[in-house]
Design a protein around this ligand. Sequence first.
Ligand code: TRP
Length: 451
Amino acid sequence: MSTENVRRTPREQWRSQTSFVMATIGAAVGLGNIWRFSYVAGENGGATFLVVYLGAILLIGLPLALAEAAIGRHSQYDAVASYRVIARERIWIGAGALGVIGSYLIMCFYLVIAGWALKYFFGAVSGILWRLAARQYGHYFDAFVASPWEPVAWQLAMVILVVAVVARGVRGGIERMARAVTPVLAVIVAGLAIYGVAHQGAGRGLSFLFAPDWTRLLGADLYLAALGQAFFSLSLGMGLYVTYGSYLGREHRLPRAVAAVAAGDTLMSIVAGMAVFPAVFAFGLDPASGPSLVFVTLPQVFLEMPAGRAFGALFFFLLAAAALSASISGIEIPTAYAMRRLSWSRQRSAIVVGATVFVGGVPASLGFGLWADVQWEHRGILESMDYIVSNVILPLGGMLTALFVGWRWAKPALRETSLEGTIMGVAWIWSLRAVVPLVILAIFMRAVGLI
Ligand code: TRP
């Protein structure tokens, strides 16, 4: 271990455990719960997907999130150095490095979609969005994303907002933002769900989301999709819990806080699904229409529902604000790394990370227009980036973390979480040793057709 790069500077800290929970929920809840959950669930059979997804959260998400948080809180460092101070072998540092890389890559394309959400929010408020006829939304969306500069301008606006928050620091920026925004998001999602469920003809949408069709459990894609969604939505395997845990004082109980985060994030997705699917079905639209579901399908629904314009504006506000608060964590993870590694100030690190993330996202945006021909197995640039990160890089990083904590660092991890000598502790360590790695391995093998 080369200690010279791992310098102790006074570390910023959350004000309280509630702040940690709020900030981490704010980080986890994002486009993943609304945009990605609805279209992935829509494509994979709704309720059947939900069952497998919940299984993935319980069996893999919770144990891994706790493992990551224990590492971060124990070492009080960024996502890479945290592994370095407790593990000698380089391979484990790979878990931290994969996390920072994964988080960086997600940020690149994530901010593109965050920019779309911002545009639709302004469109909904200004009324531009409601001047179209229902059948024009597809064309409107296609023309917007195909423009070489307009989505890039919205993406840049989003980057600037995010950098401005991260530059203000853990307490002054991230924590303040999360405490203000996270509860508002929860209220808006609940309101939209009530609105969706109360709508005539909601029944079919609800049974799509809640009544599983067990015959679909045989599909291989379903498991990979559910695993990828669990990693993406909980921000697993990308240093979030390590980084945010490193700002948590030692007096707090980790397991409860992490469980609250996982529960909060999962609930958000389900409730968002209750807002989206009833409406989609009531209007006879296709739940499996892919990434454009919330941008093309939902505006048509809002256009025709009572008070739909106000709820539409609220929906796109939710989407943009959730994307913003998730992006904050995505910038914070590499920023914390750069601050320590390069000894840069927080401001400088945040600005440089923001600028490179912006540049890295431009190809993803152009993939919908100028570079639409760049395809890989029918996926464009953005979808390919998402696929590789969510379904490969993150699960791989997660597997390394699980093996590391399970086999190399079990005792200190149990102490760190105060789970020594408890049944919960035994279950946790064995799920890290065996369940998490084997399930991820099996899903990989199934996806490439080996089993
Ligand atoms: N959890 C976020 C969501 O559900 C997505 C996400 C995961 C993310 N890791 C990230 C976003 C890193 C930005 C940066 O939307």
